[in-house]
Design a protein around this ligand. Structure first.
Ligand code: ADP
Length: 346
């Protein structure tokens, strides 16, 4: 018989003791010619077996509990949350220990993977930031050097070069301001001025502001239909920033002669979905999961020339999430993109 569980070993030991008692009785009878009643022959080995089984179980349980508690204490010191339960011999402790250890090993592996991901993300972020700042810094350096090497005295270029250098400084300042805004959201150091306003009116105002930008590419800005006022509870300034960013992206990355449409859908009695849709070139599906990351761009060189810092959508996402709402994007290459976010309806 293969012994696989402690209880089997204890039963076997108790049986052994009972047999030993039987052998002692036989010896006493054979050598000392003692006579025992039939009750003694039966009762003594049975009682021995039962008593030793009980004593062995208690000793073994205490021993095992002490050992396992020690192991659990060590594991729980290493932040293993499930180590709190008492271990009893009546349960299959080894299976449980094995399961808990596997869970612990899995949580450790998950944590290591997460840390590796974060480290990769940090490396990528630093690389992007350096790259983003390098271009304006080099151009400013070039203009200043040219000015110092004689350009300053040349009436034809001095003012022009200073203005170009100033553009570079403005670009760096925009990037730093965007990063500062993102870090305020990430460290929860923002305050929203929530009030009730009409989202239709706000979208109309943003359309008006971006009209000349849209006209440059002959893009039409319109609503899907004529909407009655829709009152929402949110920070008006921040939602204006979200709409400005999404509409201005739809113009910058949209096709000449295209259109940008705003649609509103009532999701339930206290939620409204705002959609900003364009019929531009669209975005390949592989880019969509990363689109809201800092500095993520689909067409890197083209997007940089168009002008944004690559931080716009990251800020938009933070603003919407600070309102405890969600933002989404769907897009089909060649057909266009639709960015949608929810707002609390009054
Ligand atoms: P950027 O400052 O480069 O505009 P964003 O964070 O606003 O940064 O956008 C990230 C990238 O997403 C853009 O570089 C662009 O490639 C892509 N993108 C955003 N909106 C659209 C759109 N409506 N159509 C196509 N691509 C878009």
């Amino acid at each position: 018989m293969k012994i696989t569980r402690p209880i089997q070993a204890i039963a076997l030991g108790s049986l052994g003791l009972a047999v030993l008692v039987l052998v002692i009785l036989l010896c006493l009878q054979a050598f000392l010619e003692l006579k025992f009643s039939s009750t003694t022959w039966v009762l003594l080995p049975v009682l021995t077996a039962l008593a030793s089984f009980g004593v062995f179980s208690i000793i073994f349980q205490r021993f095992l509990n002490e050992r396992i508690k020690l192991i659990y204490r060590i594991i729980s010191k290493m932040k293993f949350g499930a180590a709190k339960h008492e271990v009893s011999i009546t349960k299959d402790v080894f299976t449980r220990l094995e399961k808990d250890t596997q869970n612990w090993a899995k949580s450790q592996t998950d944590q290591i993977e997460k840390l590796q991901e974060q480290a990769a993300f940090r490396r990528e972020f630093l690389g992007n930031l350096a790259h983003e700042l390098k271009t304006p810094v080099f151009s400013i350096q070039g203009y200043i050097l040219t000015l110092l090497e004689g350009g300053l005295e040349d009436e034809k270029v001095n003012r022009d070069f200073l203005e170009r250098a100033l553009n570079g400084v403005d670009r760096i300042s925009d990037i730093l301001e965007d990063l500062d805004e993102i870090s305020r959201y990430e460290f929860d150091r923002y305050s929203l001025k929530i009030k009730t306003f009409d989202i239709v009116k706000l979208a109309d105002e943003v359309f008006a502001q971006l009209e000349s930008h849209a006209a440059e590419k002959n893009i039409q800005l319109n609503f899907a239909k004529s909407y009655d006022p829709v009152k929402v509870n949110a920070d008006r300034g921040k939602i204006a920033q979200v709409l400005t960013n999404l509409i201005s992206n739809s113009i910058s990355y949209g096709s000449e002669g295209g259109k940008t449409t705003i649609r509103l859908h009532e999701l339930d009695k206290d939620k409204i979905l705002v959609e900003v849709a364009d019929n531009g070139p669209g975005i390949a599906e592989s880019h969509l999961p990363r689109l809201f990351e800092r500095f993520y761009r689909v067409d890197k060189s083209r997007a940089r020339n168009i002008g944004g810092s690559g931080l716009g959508l990251a800020i938009v996402k933070h603003i919407i999430e600070a309102h405890k709402q969600v933002i989404n994007v769907r897009s089909t290459e060649g057909k266009g993109s639709t960015f949608s976010f929810t707002l609390e309806k009054v």
